[in-house]
Every structure is written in C-alpha cells, then in structure tokens.
Design a binder for this molecule. Structure first.
Ligand SMILES: [Zn+2]
Length: 507
C-alpha cells in the first residue's frame, strides 16, 4: 500500500500589495521526496501524517511528494500558481501508482485571477490521477472552504482550535480517516453549509470558556466521537480575502448517511450564526490603549500585551506598521516596551553599523499602505539571526528563519527588526533577540488571537488595538469589491436558514 503525502501552505491577504512568488516559497523551505520525511517527521500536518502512517497495521509505504510553503502575505502571482500546480502534479505523476493521498492544503491561498488555489490544484491532481484514488485534505480553521475543494477531495479535515494548537493532530485525524476509506468500510458523504458571516478572530479563542468558539469546539469533538460521523469542522475563514463566496463554512462528513451529515452541519451552522454578535471584538483606540498600558506600568509590575491585529504577520499583513510604535515613544516605560517590524532595509543599516552605534533611521511604513515611515534616532542594541524552532500556535517543531535581524532602541522602546516576515508574536523571536518577552512593561504582538496561547496566562492585561493595516480587526469598515452581499457584519441579516450542499466521492 503506497500513500502519497504533500503540502501546499500560504495564507493570502489580498490587502497586502506585496506579491508572493516562487522565491518566497523557496526561502521558507520547499522540500521534495525523502527530504520531507527526514526533516518533518514530527512537524505540523506532515508530521501527523507520517507518525500515523507508521502505526497503521497495513504498514503502508510513505511516499513523500512535495512540500510548498510560504509565509502569509499578498496574493500569489499567476506564474507562481502555475509553478505550484506543476510541482504538485509532477510529483504525483512520478509517484504513481498510489493507493491514497494525504494533502495538507491550509486552504486560504489566492492567486491573481484564481481565488480558490487549493480547489484549482486539487482539480489538476484529479486530472492526473482520476477519481478512484482516495484523497483526504487537511485545512486551516481559517480556510476559505469552497465547493470545488469538497468535490475534488474525498474528505476535508479541519483544525478544531484557534490558537492553532492541533495542527499535528489534524494530520493524524486526516490519516485516520484515509485509512477508514482505504480499508473499505466507509463511504464519505460531505455536507457543506455556507454561513453568510465572516467572524472576527479576536473572540474566537477555542480555549476560552467565555468564547462561543469553545462550545463549537466541544460540539465538533462530540460529533467526531459519534457513530457514522467521519469528521466535522467549522472554518471561520481568513477575513482579509476580497473574493466571491467569502464566509464561514461548516463541513460534516458522514459515512453514507446523507441526512446525518446534513442535519449535523445545519445545526452547527445555526449555532454559529446565533452566536455571531458575541464575536464582535472590543477594540481599544491606539492612543487609549497605550495610555492605559502606561497607567498600568506606573501602578506596578505586570506585562501588558497590545494585539496589533491590523498588522498581524500571521494574517498576511506587511508587518511594518509603525502606528503603535509612534505612540509608545511618547512615554517612558519602567521595564521597556517591545515592538516588531519587518524591515529588510535594516540589512544595509543596523547590521553593518554594529552594536552600540547610534543613527537616525527610517522605521516602518515602507510597505504598509496605511502609514508613513518615521525617522527616529536609535541605538543598535543587538544584531542576531532570527532563526528558531517554533511550537505553540501554528506550529509543532516548525523551523522558522526570518533572516538577519536587529534590536534597535529608542529611549525605552526596543524595536525588533527582521529581514523577512514570520511569527511576529512568538516568544521564541524575542528570546532569539535577547529579550525576555514576559519581563517588559508592554509588548506589541502582531497577531489577532493566536498570541494568546503564549501570553494569556502571563499577561496582566491584553488589549486589541484598533489600528490600521492590511488585516484590520474592523475589516467591515474597509472597501471590499468582490465579496457576496449581504454578509454579516457588513449587513444585518434577518431570517437566515442554513442549507447544506451535498458531495459524494466514492473511491
Ligand atoms: Zn488560521
């Protein structure tokens, strides 16, 4: 028995003007064939696939195909989409015959002219292998789940958590489902319900008992434990995708029983729809949030975390907004303030300048369309390589390399600059920079929700800042041209009823 495994990963933000190209994929770490098993046997979905396959009683041969990952950013160029599709299809063709395939697809990639990249790639793979080969695809909880994806794959398996702490386990769940299909006991039928709502991420913490997403996660676990349900998920979607059909999607895959899949998916969709107002985030203005953090700093010890959701690098924003930085430098901080910038231009300045030197530098606003650079006199405090292995939100044992990096200091404010984008919230980044992220007065996390996995227990207070950027938490106040209306929270919608679309793909 031969099982092919592959990955396609990039979460697109259509408001970010920077194109994502083959070079970005190459930099993050394209792997082919045996390199995948050598390097990723305990990492994220691919690691989940590999560990599970090794335990199947059938002792299948693991056939590693290709891994194509890039950090979240702007849309993929048409040439890059062609290259990605070609890489994937060529790897599959070369590996035939296969008995099944596990694909980690993430599910929120957009290319210019192709709003559903994963549906497109799945279609290209089907054209090469036909419809007799079972394919199970795993997707992010923020996937833009489409009908073509449900049609081309035998089953879609979604993360259940945000922050995403079950990425590896989702790989394992996908593999377990593929085995059921292969040993011939199950015939999947998928019910897909699109909810006309895009839910803000800030209150969608599945680990927070106060969040409506906590109950959703409980329900998903119940469903997957129930007889005849193969998998269930709710994709609350990446909101910064200006594409047709944007919305939250419920997926329930049952064994043969169409009515069971339909009923479970509609009930779950109704549960999410009824809770929609509870997802509206409490946002604090830039000036107000920094003033509040300063007041807490005056009163005593304790970390304040400011979520700069609008410039979240995990949401595909540019990562070089200086809007909160401008406010932080208006104050003195007893234990310092920390903020990050994606700043490739630093390679030429700070790194050559050397530690201890002072210079006036243009900081931020080079790529973010919503702010201008600010000129500050800074001291180069540290130069380092932003390279580490990350676990927690998004990752299990994931190698991250954001290139040459520097810590700049302006008064009490430390500015961590990296050459490339990456997890600009991760404690690992700050530690690599020589900073204790839990020992400062205030830390800016460029993340809307995922940062909570690392900071919720340690922070004295967390505020979500209403700043500007490519991933604004108040996205419905920004111009979208391609989404279908009505759509909550852009529009108030009365009397919506869930309706399921049914897909069958028998191997
Ligand atoms: Zn996500």
């Amino acid at each position: 028995m031969r099982i092919g495994i592959a990955q396609l990963w990039q979460e697109t933000n259509t408001f970010n003007p920077a194109w994502t190209t083959a070079e970005d994929f190459g930099r993050f770490g394209v792997l082919r064939g045996s390199e995948i098993v050598q390097q990723l046997a305990d990492t994220n979905e691919l690691g989940g696939f590999i560990q599970s396959l090794r335990q199947w009683p059938e002792r299948p041969e693991i056939v590693p195909l290709v891994r194509l990952p890039a950090w979240p950013s702007g849309p993929v160029t048409p040439e890059t989409l062609e290259w990605l599709t070609d890489e994937m299809v060529r790897a599959v063709r070369a590996a035939l015959p296969l008995d099944g395939m596990l694909l980690a697809l993430h599910g929120a990639m957009v290319a210019t002219g192709t709003p559903d990249v994963e549906g497109h790639v799945l279609g290209a793979i089907r054209a090469a292998v036909g419809y007799d080969l079972p394919i199970v695809a795993t997707l992010d909880l923020h996937a833009h789940v489409t009908a073509p994806m449900a049609r081309e794959a035998n089953a879609l398996v979604l993360y259940h958590t945000a922050p995403h702490i079950d990425v590896f386990e989702t790989g394992q769940r996908g593999a377990a489902l593929l085995r059921k299909l292969l040993i011939g006991l199950e015939e999947p039928v998928t019910a897909l319900v699109r909810i006309p709502a895009v839910l803000p991420a800030e209150n969608a913490n599945t680990q927070d008992t106060q969040s409506p997403s906590y109950a959703v996660r409980q329900r998903l676990a119940e469903l997957e434990a129930a007889p005849h349900v193969l998998t269930a998920g709710v994709a609350t979607v990446q909101p910064w995708l200006d594409v047709p059909g944007l919305g939250t999607v419920v997926v329930v895959v049952a064994n043969r029983d169409e009515e069971l899949a339909r009923k479970a998916a509609c009930e779950l969709a109704q549960q999410v729809w009824d809770a929609r107002e509870r997802y509206r985030p409490k946002l604090v203005g830039v000036q107000e949030s920094v003033a509040r953090a300063h007041q807490l700093d005056q009163e005593g010890v304790g970390l304040v975390v400011l979520s700069d959701a609008a410039d979240a690098t995990t949401s595909g924003a540019c990562g070089d907004s200086n809007v909160i930085l401008r406010e932080l430098i208006q104050y003195e901080w007893k234990r310092g303030a920390v903020v990050t910038l994606v700043a490739p231009e630093m390679e030429d300045h700070a790194l050559d300048l050397g530690v201890g030197r002072h210079e006036h530098m243009d900081l931020g606003g080079m790529r973010d369309p919503y702010c201008e650079p600010i000129i500050l006199r800074v001291e180069v405090k540290n130069v380092f390589h932003a390279k580490f292995t990350m676990s927690g939100h998004l990752a299990k044992n994931l190698a991250i390399d954001m290139g040459p990096a520097a810590v700049l200091r302006h008064k009490d404010v430390l500015i961590v600059c990296t050459t490339h984008s990456g997890p600009h919230f991760a404690p690992h980044l700050f530690r690599a920079a020589g900073i204790d992220p839990f020992g400062v007065s205030v830390l800016v996390a460029k993340s809307p929700c995922g940062f909570r996995a690392a900071y919720a227990e340690m922070a004295r207070e967390i505020m979500v800042v209403k700043s500007t950027g490519c991933a604004p938490p108040n996205y419905w106040e920004y111009p979208y041209r391609n989404i279908d209306r009505p759509l909550w929270p852009w529009d108030a919608i009365e009397g919506w009823q869930p309706q399921a679309e049914i897909f069958r793909r028998h191997a």
